[in-house]
Design a protein around this ligand. Structure first.
Ligand code: NAP
Length: 254
């Protein structure tokens, strides 16, 4: 398949690496120049081309720009009917993309994360995208969403990785304060957390794991009680996204 990427930053690099060795032809735009050159050196299928050639030469175009520059960059590019456009941009709703990418109409939004480079990445998508399924479905978990609001709620929750990693690193630091070995502390905590996360959790697996960590008076239950206020902080933080992600207004639309 002929695949184009507009914006050659962190997430494009991860997706291109995830497509390596599958017989595609991949066009990437020249910005960021260093990353584009690195990808071209690393992935034989990659060619660097100006934005208009990326669009003209691709059956599927991934929009990987920052939303604030998309409004200037996308109009005037030679999008066409029959082409699949897949945006990964935060803050760029479907209605805006339809205007910026006209006359293309096959437009979807998904949320790739850096692990897509090696596979196993959950990919919520709205609306369903056969192109995304074809390109990434074999090695990743495609999760079609019933509405743009549902997709956007996934965007909010995707921000959870950062505070969770922050908490984990706090525990690593605490442990290393006693062992004197930060590397071993990190290895221990990462392996421990990984062990509690099933490959594909499905309705109740996580609650079941938590239940097993609930012995009254045990260390797990004691630490959880000490940190209980953090649950309200998390809900408050997620609710803080409601306006930015248009969750309330879109809920009433559907
Ligand atoms: N990183 C993630 O984990 C992640 C996950 C999901 C979604 N996203 C979304 O993906 C988008 C890109 O994120 P990112 O982390 O990859 O950001 P990034 O590393 O800053 O990449 C943005 C890219 O856009 C390029 N660019 C700027 N102006 C351009 C133009 N006129 N033509 C072509 N390219 C241009 C930048 O080039 P210069 O460096 O030369 O300015 C840069 O390569 C964002 O909308 C973000 O919300 C990111």
């Amino acid at each position: 398949m002929r695949i184009g990427f507009l914006g050659t930053g962190e997430i494009t690099a991860a997706m291109v690496r995830g497509l390596k060795g599958q017989g595609h032809r991949i066009l990437v735009s020249p910005r960021n120049a260093g990353m584009a050159a690195q990808l071209a050196a690393e992935v034989a299928e990659v060619t660097i081309a100006p934005n208009d050639e990326v669009v003209a030469g691709s059956e599927v175009v991934f929009l990987c720009l920052l939303a604030r520059v998309a409004g200037e960059v996308l109009p005037g590019l030679p999008f066409r009917q029959g082409q699949s456009i897949i945006s990964v941009m935060v803050d760029a709703p479907i209605a805006t993309l339809q205007r910026l990418c006209a006359p293309a109409t096959d437009i979807a939004i998904t949320i790739p994360l850096p692990p897509i480079a090696v596979g196993g990445c959950p990919l919520p998508v709205y609306p369903a995208s056969p192109a995304l399924e074809t390109l990434f479905g074999a090695r990743n978990l495609i999760l079609p969403q019933p509405s743009e609001a549902a997709l956007n709620a996934h965007l909010g929750v995707s921000a959870l990785c950062s505070p969770i990693l922050d908490q984990i690193l706090t525990a690593v630091d605490w442990l290393a304060g006693f062992t004197g070995n930060p590397g071993a502390a990190e290895a221990y905590v990462a392996a421990m957390i990984r062990g509690y996360l099933p490959e594909r959790a499905n309705g109740g697996d996580l609650a079941g794991a938590l239940q097993k960590l609930s012995t009254e008076g045990g260390l797990n239950a004691t630490l959880r009680a000490a940190m209980a206020p953090a649950k309200d902080d998390l809900r408050r933080g997620l609710d803080g996204f409601r306006s930015r992600l248009g969750l309330d207004e879109r809920k009433t639309e559907t």
